[in-house]
Write a protein of this length. Structure first.
Length: 417
């Protein structure tokens, strides 16, 4: 999917800059044209000669050449590129991108970019965890940029934690997935007339409707510092909330503990535990026209929560777990005939059978099936691949960005309403 694509690779002042050589090699091997734009600090970690030898192009760093005054046009780069990938991206560059500061060639290129932007952060664990960095990342996500999450690992500081740039092969795979989805969407639009109608008809099709949406994980406390939880990032639920809001709905979003922002017009209720989410959903569902239950609610919680941190004693620790409230089943029991209830199912085997059985058992109108068998989809990523089941049958969709998947799900909801 990268054959013939023009990729601008931005490199900033991080020790991880050496990995940019591997990124270039993978991009070129897949048929892409690569233009490197490097910050002055980036040149302290890797030389332009190395990068130019790999890309067969002169590396761009300054606004003009000191030798002959040749001007490097950031505008032309923004028009040439099919994608901008900044890898590694430091905390400083993240902050400047979020604030719109253009004090070097890479940042002016970024502000002129017409193509999608991919960001692979790389920094020490405390810098990555800092509220300012997380706020900047949220801002970039709201702009529609693709954040390639760093990994936990051994850092240049000698510490262990999250901040290590994702491996080059996986970064390139993220770009491949994006272009695969883009191609599939284009092919679908060319072959199906109804897809082309969505932009004209969807803008206000939830006007005056009240929609309840749940998102993210729940944390079930073991003691003051430990919990039972899961890997849900909340991205799918937040995408659904924004999609419903954009179509005119009055949205109530019950969100588990996630680091994502949402539009101010969305009524957001932050919760931590399944019990808190249960109570919030019961209160909001009574006046709702529809509910989309996207949260990954814990099925079990510790029978007892310790008031103090449990000390390590002996070789094992036994936890007694008890069932949590089944939110979907309870809302299904309370559902009125005019209300529409949408659930989610994450299955590892007998997917279709288990999803349909869950839909019937919990009195859901629609159920959205995720499968862990689909590479690149599911928890923590920006992509998902779903099948939507109803009493009448099923509809399967290709791998798409979660923001696009949200549109497909809400289309089905609107048809029901």
């Amino acid at each position: 999917m990268l054959q013939g694509k023009n990729i601008v690779l931005g490199i900033t002042g991080s020790i991880a800059a050496y990995k940019s050589c591997l990124i270039i090699r993978e991009l070129v091997r897949r048929g892409a044209q690569v233009q490197v734009v490097i910050t002055p600090a980036g040149k302290e970690f890797i030389t332009p000669v190395t990068l130019s030898a790999l890309t067969h192009r002169a590396v761009v760093s300054e606004f003009f050449s000191a030798n002959d005054g040749t001007w490097h046009s950031h505008v032309d780069l923004g028009l040439w590129a099919d994608a901008l990938l900044i890898a590694p991206c430091t905390a400083s560059t993240l902050g400047k991108m979020a604030a719109g500061i253009a004090d070097n060639m890479l940042l002016t290129t970024y502000l002129s970019m017409k193509a999608p932007v991919f960001v692979a952060p790389a920094m020490d664990l405390d810098m990555f965890a800092h509220p300012a960095t997380q706020k900047n990342l949220d801002r970039l996500r709201q702009m529609g940029h693709h954040i390639i999450e760093p990994q936990d690992g051994f850092l240049a500081s000698g510490l262990l934690g999250k901040g290590r740039m994702e491996e080059p092969g996986r970064i390139v795979a993220e770009l491949e997935r994006y272009f695969a989805v883009e191609q599939a969407t284009t092919d679908s639009a060319e072959n199906t007339t109804t897809d082309g109608m969505r932009a004209d008809t969807a803008a206000g099709d939830l006007q005056g409707r009240r929609v309840l949406i749940t998102a993210g994980p729940t944390y079930e406390r073991i003691d003051p510092v430990r919990f039972v939880g899961n890997y849900s990032s909340g991205k799918m639920g937040f995408a659904l909330a924004e999609e419903c809001r954009s179509r005119g709905a009055e949205v109530t979003l019950v969100a588990g503990p996630v680091a994502i922002s949402c539009s101010p017009s969305i009524r957001r209720i932050d919760v931590e535990s399944s019990e808190e989410m249960y109570e919030a959903c019961l209160a909001a569902f009574a006046d709702a026209d529809a509910a989309i239950l996207c949260a990954a609610v814990a099925d079990f919680k510790p029978a007892q929560t310790a008031a103090r941190k449990i000390k390590r004693k002996g070789e094992s620790l036994a936890l007694e777990l008890v069932p949590t409230h089944d939110i979907a089943a309870e809302l299904g029991r309370r559902k009125r005939s005019e209300q529409v209830l949408v659930g989610f199912a994450l299955e590892t085997d007998n997917e279709e059978q288990n999803a349909q059985e869950k839909r019937r058992r919990k009195n859901l109108d629609l159920i959205v099936l995720n499968s862990l068998r689909n590479p690149g989809a599911g928890f923590r990523g920006d992509y998902n691949q779903v099948t939507i089941f109803s009493e009448a049958g099923q509809r399967s969709f290709p791998l798409k960005l979660k923001t696009q998947v949200a549109g497909d799900i809400v289309d089905e909801l609107c048809a029901r309403l």
